[in-house]
Design a protein around this ligand. Structure first.
Ligand SMILES: Nc1ncnc2c1ncn2[C@@H]1O[C@H](COP(=O)(O)OP(=O)(O)OP(=O)(O)O)[C@@H](O)[C@H]1O
Ligand SMILES: [Mg+2]
Ligand SMILES: [Zn+2]
Length: 305
């Protein structure tokens, strides 16, 4: 697949009045109006799938979108977006790759052998994500989505200290075993002050081609429970749909590959709700003081560069 820049899709200019998050003087990505963490606490629930499809859905609505793969150990963006290649640097900033009009960065682009394991440890790992924010030429973006790794861990914590994100989208599947992990991630976000913008229940049901019924393979109501705990809306429920997996593996997320399909429309609707929720949050935080997240000039966070 090509890594050459493609023209961005011109689906009409985004509304000029799109409200953005408050941006402090030391913000690592001052050009990003919204930074959204796609996270879960639980592995394998569809974070990367949701992040990739939402990025494309937002792009198709005419917004300027970036997608940062914040999963250093298990990057999925190169496969799901069907892109490899070395990003160029001008000595100052790294140019993101671009696909379907979305700006992309992933550790996967920087590894010579994409099957090799990354052996970095904690501090380097945190440094890497923050560096991707700072050192990539993201330019002006309406939405920068971050595809977070599973777990509550270090990456979200570091991000909370280094950048004022707009909020987090929590992805969960309906079963109790997943919920236990997602509750922990919600609780951590609340502790570190990352607002939860909404909850997405993935793999909610399966529509059978034998009987046309919705089969609730993993139970019902899990997403709603997380939403209630988080005090955030359930933005949508996505079915288990084999085309999601097929298009993800093929490097063209279903929203791009089959935009008229009902699953693509479901993603598109969630993206619209996300836009509304973020705009609301930004309007209510406008005028609020911006918080210095540097830890103070005389304090040094344990970040390795
Ligand atoms: N709604 C869905 N229908 C069918 N397959 C899905 C759906 N959502 C995700 N998948 C598939 O499930 C697998 C795991 O999804 P994904 O990689 O997005 O999860 P993740 O939460 O990012 O995982 P990790 O914790 O490893 O980062 C992928 O193969 C993906 O294509
Ligand atoms: Mg993932
Ligand atoms: Zn059936």
């Amino acid at each position: 697949m090509s890594d050459s820049p493609e023209p961005t899709q011109d689906a009409g200019a985004p509304p000029a009045a799109l409200p953005g998050r408050p941006i402090a003087p030391n913000d690592p990505v001052p050009g990003a109006k919204n930074i959204v963490l796609v996270m879960s606490g639980k592995g394998g629930v569809g974070k990367s799938t949701v992040a990739a499809n939402l990025a494309l859905a937002l792009n198709r609505s005419g917004y300027r979108v970036g997608l940062l793969d914040a999963d250093i150990y298990g990057p999925s963006v190169p496969t799901m977006l069907g892109i490899t290649g070395q990003p160029m640097s001008d000595g100052q900033k790294i140019q993101p790759l671009q696909r379907f009009g979305v700006k992309l960065m992933s550790i996967g682009f920087l590894l010579e052998d994409n099957k090799a394991a990354v052996v970095w440890r904690g501090p380097m790992l945190q440094g890497a994500v923050v560096q991707f924010l700072k050192d990539v030429a993201w330019g002006e973006l309406d939405y920068l989505l971050l595809d977070l790794p599973p777990g509550t861990g270090d990456v979200a914590l570091t991000l909370s200290q280094q950048v004022r994100s707009s909020g987090a989208v929590m992805v969960t599947t309906p079963e109790e075993v997943a919920l236990q992990d997602v509750y922990k991630a919600v609780s951590m976000n609340q502790k570190v002050g990352i607002p939860i913008t909404g909850v997405i229940e993935n793999q909610s049901y399966f529509i059978c081609d034998g009987c046309d019924k919705k089969h609730f393979l993993f139970g019902e109501g899990g997403g709603q429970k997380i939403a209630e705990m988080a005090g955030a809306p359930l933005l949508g429920q996505l079915p288990l749909d084999p085309t999601v997996r097929q298009w993800g593996d093929a490097g063209t997320p279903v929203v791009q590959a089959a935009p008229q399909s009902s699953i693509a429309q479901a993603f598109q609707k969630i993206a619209e709700q996300l836009v509304e929720r973020l705009a609301e949050a930004n309007r209510s935080s406008a005028g609020a003081p911006t918080i210095d997240r540097s830890g103070g000039v005389n304090r040094h966070l344990p970040i390795t560069r």
